[in-house]
Design a protein around this ligand. Structure first.
Ligand SMILES: [Fe+2]
Length: 220
């Protein structure tokens, strides 16, 4: 049967540095927290400095059950990330390309979606386009509080698993370093890894009530 693709393009611009956005896309722990309505479990099968292969138990809009999806992320170059999603024994395959265009104080993210389908399903193109654009906006909005919080503490000198100097040591004065260049090194260190069978990296949904766990704390 000949194959074709449903396609969609979505984009948004933000004031965050490109590397902070990459950190957000490569942070697997928040998937079962911030996006708890769509995901209940994530397991990382392999990861290195520019690749991550994981399995996610997901529930997408209009599909009333969870299914296992395999996701392969690749940081193709410093401005591009490619993702291959597959499910139902590879019957469903969706490729996504993310392009990051960073300027002085902003970064534009454009996502290109390609869902492989048999030719006779091409009539679904308008529906697919609407769904993917909605998905992009919904997830973008869900991610904003954690990006904002991360950037705020970064400018206060935050280091993973170490915290902020002036919070750890009351003798130090609060100091904001607004031009601290954001850095990201993959794979990201994990804070909340549920160890199963030794070295497996498994993250499970713990709370199903709030997507703002950890947010809404007093100003630092
Ligand atoms: Fe996210």
């Amino acid at each position: 049967m000949s194959k074709s693709y449903l396609t969609s393009i979505s984009s948004a611009t933000t004031n965050f540095p490109k590397k902070l956005l990459i950190w957000n896309y490569w942070d697997h722990e928040h998937v079962v927290g911030t996006h708890f309505e769509h995901y209940k479990k994530v397991e990382i099968l392999f990861e290195d400095k520019n690749t991550c292969i994981s399995e996610r138990w997901a529930k997408l809009p209009y599909i009333p059950f969870y299914f296992k999806m395999k996701d392969e992320l690749k940081l193709t170059n410093e401005n591009q990330m490619d993702v291959l999603h597959s499910a139902f024994f590879n019957i469903i395959k969706c490729k996504q390309k993310f392009i990051f265009e960073e300027n002085k104080n902003s970064c534009k993210v454009t996502r290109y979606d390609y869902l492989e389908i048999p030719n006779f399903l091409k009539f679904l193109q308008p529906l697919f386009d609407r769904l993917m654009k909605k998905w992009f906006v919904d997830v973008w909005n869900e991610d904003m509080p954690m990006r904002e919080r991360r950037y705020k503490v970064w400018k206060l000198g935050f280091k993973d698993f170490k915290g902020i100097d002036y919070i750890n040591n009351p003798d130090l004065k609060k100091k904001e370093i607004s031009d601290r260049k954001y850095q990201v090194i993959l794979p990201l260190p994990k804070a909340n890894q549920n160890q199963i069978n030794g070295s497996k990296k498994v993250f499970k949904r713990i709370i199903k009530k709030s997507k703002h766990i950890g947010y809404g704390l007093p100003d630092l």
